[in-house]
Design a protein around this ligand. Structure first.
Ligand code: HSE
Length: 314
């Protein structure tokens, strides 16, 4: 048996309002950890899964066929033909079904830890495919907008049609992300099944224009264009009813000076982009709004260039 290696992978904002399934943003200061070590027996076993409080997780089992971390690590280990197997432990720092990329972060942390134990570790970008295998198990779809920013950090453009090509985008100066997690749960796989299957050409043109404009705004450091384009005309209207505080929280964010506000992934978390000097007030306003309708919540403020996953020890 080898020494333990521990990897951290950050939470992330999927879609970033404007780019459904193809734009994601890493968050600083919140994420999952996976510890891994080589063992003689083949396959990946999970020694334990612990929750936010450090106790054994009440909902996640140690069955390696039903955890994104072990599924992703197994995919990497098998593809590399590595000898023996792995024992892993998962420490969840991200609430389940929160819209913060919880399943993706576990998968990313697992492949980063497992990779560090290979005789010939892969380059970071080449781990994406294995983390996606884990994420696909959880969300029921092939989308990289949580896995890619969790792996690489920052704001990442990752359309399915270009995979495995994903690119970090430049981010505007002086902006921060605010993430508010109302104490609710939304199952991403269920939320995805509920989306309309067909859309009008008007909707398609409008959202395509907003995405192109947002990418340009980031490249040209144009905050007015960020504010004009940070909108989800198509998915948000279909999903916001699953977050009863959505309208109240969004209004509060915009009133406090946010440039835009929408669901994070499939929710219930919500995010806003704001000038860094306004971000703390935006977070407080969003939290107060959620609490005003009886829904407890917590919040984080993050730079737009938060680091991606990394090995912490080993
Ligand atoms: N793009 C995915 C969705 C992200 O919105 O379904 C889920 O976190």
């Amino acid at each position: 048996m080898s020494e333990w290696v521990t990897a951290f992978a950050p939470a992330s904002i999927g879609n970033v309002a404007v780019g459904f399934d193809m734009l994601g943003l890493a968050l600083e200061g919140v994420g999952d950890r996976v510890r891994a070590r080589r063992v003689d027996d083949e396959g990946v076993v999970i020694a334990e899964v612990r929750g936010l409080d450090g106790d054994i997780h009440p909902y996640l089992s140690t069955d390696p066929t039903s955890n994104t971390a072990s599924i992703a690590a197994q995919a990497l280990w098998a593809a590399q033909g590595a000898d023996g197997g792995l024992e892993i432990s998962v420490l969840k720092g991200i609430p389940l079904q929160s819209g913060m990329g919880s399943s993706a972060a576990s998968a990313v942390a697992a492949v980063v830890a497992a990779n560090a134990l290979l005789d010939a570790p892969l380059e970071r970008k080449d781990l994406l495919a294995y983390a996606l295998i884990g994420e696909q198990y959880a969300s029921g779809g092939l989308h990289a907008d949580n896995v890619a920013p969790s792996l690489l950090g920052g704001l990442v453009l990752c359309p399915q049609i270009l995979l495995p090509e994903v690119r970090r985008l430049p981010v505007p100066d002086g902006l921060s992300a605010v993430l508010v997690h109302p104490d609710l749960q939304v199952n991403t796989a269920v939320a995805r099944k509920g989306l309309a299957k067909g859309y009008s050409i008007q909707d398609w043109l409008a959202q395509q224009g907003l995405l192109a404009g947002f990418v340009l705004a980031c490249a040209e450091n144009d905050k007015e264009l960020v504010a004009k384009t940070l909108k989800d005309l198509v998915i948000e209207p279909q999903r916001k009813a699953s977050v009863p505080c959505f309208d109240t929280v969004k209004q509060a964010a915009m009133k406090a000076g946010a440039l835009g506000c929408s669901l994070s992934g499939s929710g219930p978390s919500m995010f806003a982009l704001a000038a860094t000097g306004d971000a703390r007030n935006v977070a407080i306003a969003m939290q107060q709004a959620s609490r005003s309708v009886g829904i407890a919540c917590e919040s984080w403020v993050s730079p737009l260039d938060a680091p991606g996953a990394h090995v912490e020890s080993g």
